[in-house]
Design a protein around this ligand. Structure first.
Ligand SMILES: Cc1cc2nc3c(=O)[nH]c(=O)nc-3n(C[C@H](O)[C@H](O)[C@H](O)COP(=O)(O)OP(=O)(O)OC[C@H]3O[C@@H](n4cnc5c(N)ncnc54)[C@H](O)[C@@H]3O)c2cc1C
Ligand code: FES
Length: 272
């Protein structure tokens, strides 16, 4: 992004950028790289516009001074259109947006499915974090080549432990006598993050989670992303343990595209 006095210039108008390379990360999962310095912090996101399709939020999954990337999982119309894009394709990008994660010590990072994309730049920043990566099956696991040392859980047992990331975390925290883990960072299905919050409350370990709520503007104008009194795109998407404990809608209710409050189950069943 353009810089003046080292501060990024932000006008909320998408900047047209060219895809410099595409990397396959897993089944229906690709990373799209752009040769720009995005000036991002771990846990921030962008709004990605594909002309004639839509504009959607995506975590910044790689960054350095020369380039950044997003990693997408095919789920519906927008992500299918993105999946078809190749090197040289042009998209519009706004951001970075959101607050990002704190940088703690003695950390455990939990990623569920493509939620790994939101915690990946955090993993790159932390000192030797324990990483728990979970997905439905082996082929849905992301970043197997990027991170060599991970504790893996798959729902069907096709790789790593059969079960959920939360089972692996629970086992680690039962044996956390020397405070080897002081903070747990999470991104993935909200049901998983709610369970992680409960586990952290039980074992009195700090926690931060990145919420993936319906977003339209991405910078606090439209109210589409509200979770109780929090504007997720601006106050979050990362919330700490105290905030999460004070958000009754977290893990229970979300807002559909119309703004209607629906159960989390209904929200995830929707193709928007
Ligand atoms: C802060 C944030 C970061 C995200 N990072 C990533 C990422 O790194 N990689 C990735 O693959 N996905 C990410 N997502 C989710 C991504 O935005 C949706 O997968 C995408 O919008 C789906 O669009 P679709 O047309 O393919 O699917 P649809 O069929 O339209 O929707 C499928 C599901 O995607 C979610 N979704 C749809 N529209 C939106 C929207 N406008 N805002 C938020 N969620 C929506 C809903 O859960 C919906 O049920 C992120 C979401 C948020 C809020
Ligand atoms: S997406 Fe518009 S206020 Fe958050």
């Amino acid at each position: 992004m353009k810089m003046q006095n080292n501060e990024p210039i932000r006008n909320e108008i998408p900047q047209i950028m060219e895809i410099s390379r595409v990397v396959s990360e897993g089944k229906g999962q690709k990373s799209f790289f752009f040769k720009e310095n995005i000036h991002s912090k771990p846990g921030q996101f962008i709004m990605l516009w594909i002309p004639d399709v839509d504009e959607k939020p995506m975590a910044i999954s790689y960054y350095n001074k020369n380039e950044f990337a997003i990693t997408s999982q095919v789920v519906g119309k927008f992500t299918k259109a993105l999946d078809l894009m190749k090197k040289g394709g042009k998209v519009g990008i706004r951001g970075p947006y959101g607050n990002g994660f704190s940088i703690g010590q003695n950390a455990c990072v939990v990623g569920g499915g493509v939620g790994m994309a939101s915690v990946s730049t955090l993993i790159d920043t932390l000192k030797n974090p324990i990483i728990i990566n979970g997905a439905r099956s082996k082929e849905h696991l992301i970043y197997l080549k990027r991170y060599k040392k991970m504790l893996i859980a798959t729902d069907d047992g096709s790789f790593g432990k059969k079960g959920y990331t939360t089972d692996v975390l629970n086992e680690l925290l039962i044996n956390n006598k020397k405070n080897k883990i002081r903070i747990v960072y999470a991104c993935g299905p909200e049901i998983m993050m709610k369970k992680i919050l409960e586990i952290c409350n039980k074992y009195k370990v700090d926690c931060e989670a990145s919420l993936e709520r319906m977003m339209k503007c991405g910078f606090g104008i439209c109210g589409a992303c509200m979770c109780n009194d929090k504007i997720v795109c601006m106050d979050g998407p990362v919330f700490n343990l105290k905030q999460l404990n004070n958000m009754p809608e977290f893990g229970n209710f979300a807002r559909a595209k119309t703004g209607k409050r629906v159960s989390l189950h209904e929200y995830h069943a929707m193709h928007i």
